[in-house]
Design a binder for this molecule. Structure first.
Ligand code: ZN
Length: 295
């Protein structure tokens, strides 16, 4: 089916207490792994592209591939901009048909983050597309525990931010860290609960690869509706690629190397979709299943 508006998919997930996996794709094989698994799992999915991938492969090329792959399956696929850098990039993504946007102003002073986010929300809403914003900072691997704690989202400020910007989804810093390889982080569940009680919009978790599954399940219960996964999928793909290359040092056919790695990525996408409760949410005719349970 054609790309589906993120607002529809994330709101369905919020009402039904599960999370939509938002997976990063840097190449065709990982993109296919994500969309094929969504089809097999009957799961709505968000496929996200970040500035580095856009710089590597080109915006039109990546967006074009996602649109073609989405058109071939009967589950909803959202095309989302991950960590959008500003007004211009968001506008370019709208032009390419993205159905969900993000502006990451989390490193800016608070008032500047509010002003820039509000401006991008305005154009996103003219086009009928939701915008994710970020408040607090989700740090990179190597950050110290005290740095992670100091960068967390403040629930009171989150309410002010959402009211003043009109953003549709809020990425929160609640204990996860980008690019973690072990799965050992616990989330600050009371903080998630407090933020959600104030803002009542879908919360987004970045850096989920390093978070314990039981902590993710609890976070979903308290309002986390979109969960980004990049490192865990990439690692699955690359480690399998390394294995195949070691086993077949003379193999010169790139398809014989990348094909098995694509299958390895699918295993990890499936695992995360099931942890998020996203499987079996879409009927064989492509409709959303199950009544709303949360308001
Ligand atoms: Zn992120």
């Amino acid at each position: 089916m054609p790309l589906v508006n993120g607002k529809v998919v994330f709101e369905f997930a919020r009402q039904n207490c599960f999370a939509v996996g938002s997976f990063n794709a840097d190449n065709m094989e990982v993109m296919q792994a994500i969309i094929e698994t969504a089809k097999e799992e009957r799961a709505p999915v968000s496929l996200q592209l970040g500035p580095k991938s856009i710089g590597y492969a080109g915006l039109a090329m990546l967006a074009g591939m996602v649109k073609i792959a989405a058109a071939q399956v009967d589950v909803p696929v959202v095309l989302h901009l991950d960590h959008g850098t500003g007004f211009e990039q968001n506008l370019m993504c709208l032009r390419e048909g993205f159905t969900s946007l993000m502006f990451d102003g989390s490193r800016l002073p608070y008032e500047e983050n509010v002003a820039k986010t509000a401006k991008i929300v305005e154009i996103a809403h003219i086009a009928g597309v939701p915008l994710e914003a970020e408040l607090g900072q989700v740090l990179q691997a190597g950050a110290l525990p005290e740095q992670v704690a100091a960068a967390m989202t403040d629930p009171d400020q989150a309410l002010d931010f959402v009211k003043r910007t009109g953003c549709d989804l809020l990425a929160v810093a609640v204990g996860s860290i980008h690019q973690m390889r072990g799965r050992e982080a616990d989330l600050d569940i009371p903080r998630i609960k407090a933020i959600y009680e104030w803002v009542r919009i879908p919360l987004v978790l970045h850096g989920s690869s390093g978070v314990k599954h039981e902590s993710l399940a609890e976070a979903i219960e308290y309002g986390v509706t979109k969960i980004n996964v990049a490192t865990y999928i990439k690692d699955g793909f690359v480690s399998h690629l390394r294995k195949v290359m070691a086993e077949k040092p003379d193999e010169g056919d790139v398809r014989a190397l990348l094909g098995p790695a694509r299958e390895a990525a699918k295993v990890r996408v499936r695992e995360k979709m099931r942890v998020f409760g996203a499987s079996n949410r879409i009927s064989s005719s492509g409709a959303f299943i199950s009544p709303a349970t949360r308001h």
